[in-house]
Design a protein around this ligand. Structure first.
Ligand code: 9Z3
Length: 382
């Protein structure tokens, strides 16, 4: 049955929009190589009866030119995805980590993209050998053991994307490969995904020219169509098209029996819960995790058909001083009447990673679905 929920932003039925999108926008060059790796990974873990989580992470780009010099980006360092992947591995999952190239990776994240260089963790011993500085030994050996275990057990597969189209192609094709896993599959969609994009047939081949003497060179692949990003006079004008709402296709086409968890990012606290509920209803996912840009490392809200529930870093563990010792600011300040923390508690880094609280909850929800035999599609409205 087709209803309003099954339509793309353009009013086209979603299955039709899907066909159009993946015809106009060519697959990434590495798609077949990535899929061969994913197929082997999924088959092996399916045989061993292990649950498999597809964790997406980092922001997608929207290129303005085919030979891309300029692009629009979505905010995400990849912290949520990389950290969550570690806790999924800890919980016994095999993880396909589909991430934005060069964003944070599980395990190495502890030593990269830092204000400190990874070289600051190292020193030299008397024999001139490189060693880890004593104050970092304890933590690094733990991270190293977990990393080596994941490598030895072959429980992590790392795939990457840059553009929105590379992301969507891989999400769709990997989801289809995961279908035989049934309810043993989990989708954890933490990547920050563009809502708008430039279709390939409206993209200029070469770098957009700003110099008026050269602007006639700004031509789209389909010469009949106006380029989506173009110069008009001295201004750069960009008119983007909506990305069809493929999140719904995960449920009704690509991965009908998997547990699907998506994220909702907002900046205005007054609409977060409402928007998460709207997304839950619209995409029919099992769980929408709402978070605010400024407080995302301290609190998130789980919105599911059962209702809403805040997950928070306990108030006495809200901040970590630069020495790594917990500050008592949270204890002294505490949460206000409605349980929301005070602004000053959200500075620096929390003393514990909120993903250490989130992932066990998600895994428990998944456990309940698996225990039910995973037959959830029949309970969903179409
Ligand atoms: C999130 O909300 C992630 O938690 C963050 C993580 C991007 C905030 P960081 O990597 O940030 O820790 O720096 N991701 C989903 C964002 C998104 O694009 N959601 C769509 C939406 O809000 C639905 S899939 O419309």
């Amino acid at each position: 049955m087709t209803n309003e929920l099954d339509r793309s932003g353009n009013g086209t039925p979603l299955d039709v929009a899907e066909g159009q999108y993946f015809t106009i926008n060519a697959p990434p060059k590495a798609l077949n190589t990535h899929l061969a790796l994913a197929r082997e990974f999924i088959d092996r873990h399916a045989e061993e009866g292990r649950r498999v989580a597809l964790v997406t992470s980092g922001g997608t780009t929207v290129p303005l030119e085919n030979q891309t010099v300029r692009y629009i980006d979505n905010f995400s360092a990849g912290t949520r995805g990389a950290t969550s992947a570690e806790y999924f591995l800890d919980a016994g999952y095999a993880v396909i980590f589909l991430h934005r190239q060069f964003s944070l990776l599980p395990y190495s994240r502890h030593y990269s993209h830092n204000t400190r260089s990874f070289l600051d963790f190292m020193g030299e011993d008397e024999q001139g050998r490189v060693v880890v500085n004593p104050e970092h030994q304890e933590q690094m050996v733990q991270v190293l053991r977990q990393y080596n275990k994941a490598k030895k057990d072959n429980t992590i597969l790392i795939l990457s994307f840059v553009t929105i189209t590379e992301y969507l192609w891989q999400l769709r094709e990997v989801a289809k490969l995961m279908r035989p896993l049934g309810s043993n599959a989990l989708f954890y969609l933490a990547a920050a995904v563009s809502d708008f994009f430039v279709p390939q047939d409206r993209m200029t081949e070469h770098k957009i020219q700003s110099n008026e003497e050269f602007t006639e060179k700004n031509r789209s692949a389909d010469g009949a169509k106006r380029p989506a990003a173009r110069t008009e006079g001295k201004s750069l004008v960009i008119d983007l098209e909506p990305v069809p709402k493929f999140l719904k296709r995960l449920v009704d086409g690509w991965a009908p029996n998997a547990l699907i968890v998506s994220f909702k990012l907002e900046t205005d606290p007054s609409i977060l819960v409402e928007k998460a509920k709207y997304a839950l209803n619209k995409y029919q996912h099992d769980l929408v995790i709402g978070n605010l840009l400024t407080t995302r490392k301290w609190e998130v809200v789980f919105v599911s058909p059962e209702g809403e529930k805040w997950v928070r870093v306990p108030s006495h563990r809200r901040t970590k001083s630069s020495s790594g010792i917990e500050s008592l600011v949270g204890k002294a300040g505490g949460a206000n009447g409605n349980g929301r923390a005070r602004e000053h508690e959200f500075v620096g880094e929390p003393a514990i990673e909120i993903e250490s609280l989130m992932i066990p909850e998600v895994a428990a929800l998944h456990g309940r679905l698996v225990a039910q035999g995973g037959s959830k599609t029949q309970h969903r409205p179409d």
